[in-house]
Design a protein around this ligand. Structure first.
Ligand SMILES: [Zn+2]
Length: 221
């Protein structure tokens, strides 16, 4: 007997008989030749906002960093532990991804904590408080008057935070240089978990808009 979660074992069985068996050759090739994902996605840890699910991505397509509230910290070569920066460095310098997407989502608990910080930290380490401190100067600019409802404030910060993370991305010399040379593109996206809508950031204005997907024109037989 094992106390390993039964739901995970059931899911694994389903994966092996479904997706893995359908893509076993692709998995074998990826094992032999190594991964070459085209896109890095920075997403939230939230269990409802998995990039591979939302973008219907197969193995080897997306390199994913997930952290609380999908934040990118600024470039700080200070010898400390920087998990997000380490993964970013690897994706850009070694895997040479062509695109980076910072993807936020609706009803984000991390963003809510940045808007209305808890009176007491969850633990003496206050890891969430410290992490969300990255966003505090930005959060303080979101009005807390009656002009906006709580959910409007939250959606606003979820989107402003994406622009903030993109600005931080560009403090990394490797990102800035490759983007200037036209060899990499940086994007923002926001996923509404309640409706399934994906909004993407207009690179010129910073506004979030609904993408128009050009579907292939059916050819007549
Ligand atoms: Zn979140």
């Amino acid at each position: 007997m094992t106390d390993f979660p039964r739901s995970l074992l059931t899911g694994y069985d389903s994966f092996m008989s479904g997706r893995y068996s359908g893509e076993s050759q692709r998995y074998r090739t990826l094992a032999e030749t190594g991964q070459k994902p085209h896109t890095l996605v920075v997403a939230c840890c939230d269990s409802r906002a998995a990039p591979e699910t939302i973008f219907d991505a197969g193995p080897g397509e997306l390199f994913v960093i997930r952290n609380v509230a999908n934040l990118v910290p600024p470039y700080e070569p200070d010898g400390q532990y920087h998990a997000t920066s380490a993964a970013l460095e690897y994706a850009v310098q070694v895997l040479k991804v062509r695109d980076i997407v910072v993807m936020g989502h609706g009803r984000c608990g991390g963003i809510q904590a940045a808007l209305d910080p808890m009176d007491e930290p969850l633990s003496p380490g206050d890891f969430i408080g410290k992490w969300m401190g990255l966003l505090r100067p930005t959060a303080e600019q979101i009005p807390s008057t009656d002009v906006m409802t709580q959910s409007e404030r939250q959606t606003a910060l979820e989107r402003v935070s994406i622009r903030n993370s993109i600005a931080n991305l560009r403090t990394f010399p490797c990102v800035r240089i490759l983007e200037e040379k036209g060899r990499m593109r940086v994007h923002g996206a926001w996923f509404d978990i309640s409706t399934g809508e994906l909004w993407i950031m207009d690179s010129k204005t910073g506004d979030f808009i609904r993408p128009t997907v050009e579907l292939p024109v059916p050819t007549s037989a």
